[in-house]
Design a protein around this ligand. Structure first.
Ligand SMILES: Nc1ncnc2c1ncn2[C@@H]1O[C@H](COP(=O)(O)OP(=O)(O)OP(=O)(O)O)[C@@H](O)[C@H]1O
Ligand SMILES: [Mg+2]
Length: 670
């Protein structure tokens, strides 16, 4: 550049002394005013000054003082009269003075502002030379010999002589590349600001709005013209004015405010949730002169957040275990019910594979379940899970697939209700139903055998007995041995008949149906005492009366089992069977004075683990009537106490008598 300057100076030997028409205001004006409009009195002086512009080339120091590039051309052919080094610098070359090959402009190549080529003979200078037209602030693009380009703004005026004839043209021009660049950047930024979805607002340090973008208009409802010049409290709800004071205070200190969530008010008075990011704006000297504020509408996000929180709260209220898993079966949500049921906190459960965490046992192959789930988008079934403490539970499980847009990403909602108790009850119920059926079948079978024995074998024996009687009448005709055999047969038949009858009665005492429990028990207890040599006694109130048939059968069977147990296990020499009524109930106790039932055996009986079926069968029978069975034992004997509720129809007495009956029974028993 220095060289260029020197070259420019060298080729224009000039003198700074003398007149300086450029600095005269009249010189400049004269250039613009057409001849006919000029006041006559000024012409001579001005024209003289103007034509001097062509000779400025001799005043090198003066033209170098110009704050911009300048050159002049001569009429009529447009050869360059002079130029300063700023011009040479922008051209990127040093044209020769008064050279006819260097006409109108010293630039290598020229273009219009729109980028189209501009021939030297079409330059504004050539035009001015020809027509006298001035051109101010026109953009021209200069291409230097090295190919680089620079945009300049030209100010071209014709130079006239005293007669007003155009003697040349002067062109003052300057580089506007940076300004153009800045303009482009500014307009690009403005476009970005305007196209942003966020409201972008700037304000001065005293809170006056200085800019307001399109989104701000959309978000707050005020047009830019309405908002600019107003105080920022325009959009601050009354209760939050102090926020703005605090924000302005922080901005003055040069601090940024980021993602400040608050509420702002629209022109129509409605409020909206916004997230604000506010930055201080500084001037060239670094002083904070205002603030730019970016406001994002988070009303919808807030609403969704609230809805999600509300849903989570509701899900937490559920007693069911509810959790969500991703396609890899990793738990992404775990409600309070799940925590309660399985014992894992959500921190422990989140991210874990649910089947591994809960050690799931599936009712069928997981592939089948997954297949059905993908087809129906839901699956229900029973699963066996393990809690954190290792205990096992059965759950009714409901799976629902949430597959958005049929893509591969989905969530699976699993809802589990604990049905362990229900399952156990069902199992127990099934068992007890089975037991009841068995007992009923057993009773029926016993009744059938009893009848067979009585009606079949019993009748045959009776017939045999009659035949033997006939033979016995004629024993005189028999030998002594034969007569003895007949006698023995007769006795044996009697014995068998008695045994068969006893057996038949034990299977199903006919007395029970005909005369009732009391008679049947009297017969049975007496028979038991005779056979076992145990002093067995029966105590019943005088007015026990009849009970429903099923109750009587149940109590008879209980006495049978209890007395058999006393005979087999107690080593007692006594047994006592007592029956009495209380309001709405019939009670029975069978006690002995033997060694008692050991605690260990009692526990086994209570947990249903006893090998024997006697007491278990008794419990089942009692359960059929919603009754209770208690086992008492203290080492000095055992007693089984049974209580069966009686429905109103089943109570043959006036209940007021029941207490009397019991008292009566007690007095008898003492
Ligand atoms: N009166 C009693 N005195 C002492 N131990 C008894 C008495 N009654 C029952 N037990 C004990 O309770 C156990 C259970 O009795 P349960 O009637 O259920 O079975 P079982 O008599 O052993 O066999 P099953 O009745 O099936 O033939 C008996 O094995 C016995 O040890
Ligand atoms: Mg038994």
């Amino acid at each position: 550049m220095r060289n260029t300057n020197r070259d420019a100076q060298d080729s224009t030997p000039q003198d700074l002394e003398g007149q300086n028409p450029i600095n005269s205001a009249s010189g400049r004006e004269t250039l613009n005013v057409p001849d006919q409009d000029r006041p006559k009195s000024d012409i001579t002086m001005r024209s003289a000054a103007a034509s001097d512009l062509l000779t400025l080339g001799s005043q090198t120091r003066l033209i170098e003082l110009f704050p911009m590039a300048a050159y002049a051309v001569r009429a009529p052919d447009g050869v360059i009269a002079w130029y300063n080094s700023r011009a040479a610098e922008l051209w990127g070359r040093v044209p020769a003075i008064d050279d006819t090959d260097e006409r109108f402009c010293g630039a290598y190549k020229l273009y219009h502002a729109d980028g189209t080529h501009m021939a030297h003979c079409d330059t504004p200078v050539a035009l001015a030379l020809e027509t006298g037209a001035s051109v101010h602030e026109q953009e021209v693009i200069i291409e230097k010999p090295d190919g680089s380009r620079v945009t300049v703004s030209v100010h071209i005026d014709p130079i006239r002589d005293r007669d007003g004839s155009i003697v040349g043209v002067v062109n003052f021009f300057h580089d506007i590349h940076e300004r153009k660049q800045a303009e482009r950047t500014t307009s690009r930024l403005a476009a970005i600001v305007d196209s942003s979805d966020d409201a972008i607002v700037s304000k001065s340090l005293d809170g006056i709005i200085t800019s307001w973008n399109k989104s701000a208009e959309r978000l707050f409802g005020y047009a830019a013209e309405e908002a600019i010049g107003q105080h920022i409290t325009l959009i601050v709800p009354p209760g939050r004015q102090s926020e703005e004071v605090a924000i302005l205070e922080r901005l003055r200190r040069g601090e940024r405010v980021e993602h400040f969530e608050t509420v702002r008010v629209r022109k129509n008075g409605t409020t909206l949730n916004v997230s604000l990011s506010i930055s201080p704006v500084r001037d060239a000297a670094g002083r904070v002169v205002g603030a730019s504020k970016v406001a994002r509408d988070v009303t919808e996000r807030k609403r969704v957040e609230r809805a999600v929180a509300e849903q989570a709260r509701l899900l937490d209220l559920s007693f069911d275990a509810i959790f969500v898993r991703d396609p890899a079966d990793r738990i992404t949500y775990w409600n309070n019910g799940a925590k309660q049921l399985y014992g894992y906190t959500s921190e422990e459960a989140l991210g874990r594979v649910s089947h591994e965490l809960l050690r799931t046992k599936f009712p069928e192959a997981l592939d089948c379940i997954t297949g059905r789930l993908n087809r129906d988008r839901r699956w229900t079934g029973e699963l066996i899970h393990k809690r954190k403490d290792g205990s096992q539970l059965v759950v009714a499980s409901r799976w629902a697939l949430d597959q958005r847009d049929h893509g591969s990403a989905y969530s699976l909602l699993e809802t589990n209700s604990d049905i362990t108790q229900q399952k156990e009850s069902e199992k127990a119920l099934k068992e007890s139903e089975l037991a009841a059926r068995l007992l009923r079948l057993q009773d029926e079978e016993r009744r059938r055998i009893a009848r067979e024995l009585h009606d079949g074998v019993g009748q045959l024996l009776a017939a045999m007995s009659m035949n033997v009687s006939k033979v016995k009448e004629e024993t005189s005709k028999l030998s002594h041995d034969a007569a003895r055999c007949v006698e023995e047969n007769s006795n044996m038949i009697e014995q068998i008949s008695a045994d068969i009858r006893t057996m038949s009665y034990l299977f199903h005492p006919p007395l029970l149906d005909e005369l009732g429990l009391e008679s049947a028990l009297k017969w049975y207890v007496k028979g038991f005492a005779d056979r076992s040599k145990i002093a067995a006694k029966l105590e019943v109130p005088v007015d026990l009366g009849r009970l429903p048939k099923d109750h009587e059968m149940c109590l008879f069977r209980l006495v049978q089992e209890c007395l058999t147990n006393i005979h087999r296990h107690s080593e007692s020499s006594t047994a006592l069977v007592r029956l009495w009524r209380t309001p709405g109930e019939i009670r029975m106790e069978v006690s002995d004075e033997g060694r008692g039932i050991q605690q260990e055996i009692q526990s086994k009986i209570a947990s249903g683990k006893s090998a024997g079926v006697g007491l278990r069968g008794m419990r089942e029978r009692v359960k059929q009537f919603d009754g209770t069975l208690e086992i008492h034992s203290n080492g000095k004997g055992a007693s089984i106490l049974v209580t069966l509720p009686l429905t109103q129809e089943a109570v043959p007495h006036d209940q007021s008598n029941a207490h009397d009956a019991e008292d009566q029974y007690r007095s008898q028993a003492m």
